[in-house]
Ligand binder design. Structure first.
Ligand SMILES: [Cu+2]
Length: 117
């Protein structure tokens, strides 16, 4: 009997846990630190990454520079996502921004610029 109670508590906790997760079904979540500094960066990255293969959703927090990506692990992986961010001109964790792409960004979006609106 005791085992049954423990089992049902676990089951309940598990259900609660899955309910709280905001990741769409079949996707995984990753947070990547970028070098984004403003709303334009946010728009650019969310557009580029949001439409990348296997990506369900991409949201950038400008204040923390962290982009949260929900992706289908069968279609893409964290390495290609980081590469994609780098190709857009931004750092992605340990992956450095592609120099050419970074050079093409407007001055207000370049690295070393302080976070602004
Ligand atoms: Cu910018």
């Amino acid at each position: 009997m005791k085992k049954l109670i423990i089992a049902s508590v676990f089951l309940f906790a598990f259900q609660l846990n899955t309910k709280c997760q905001d990741a769409p079904k079949g996707t995984e979540k990753i947070e990547i630190k970028t070098s984004a500094v403003c709303g334009m960066c946010k728009e650019r990255l969310e557009k580029e990454i949001g439409f990348a293969k296997g990506v369900k959703k991409a949201t950038l927090n400008k204040d923390t520079k962290v982009i949260t990506i929900y992706y289908n692990p069968k279609k893409t992986n964290t390495e290609s996502l980081k590469q994609k961010i780098a190709q857009t001109g931004y750092d992605a964790d340990e992956v450095k921004a592609d120099e050419k792409a970074h050079y093409k960004l407007p001055d207000c979006c370049k690295k070393g610029v302080e976070i602004h609106d």
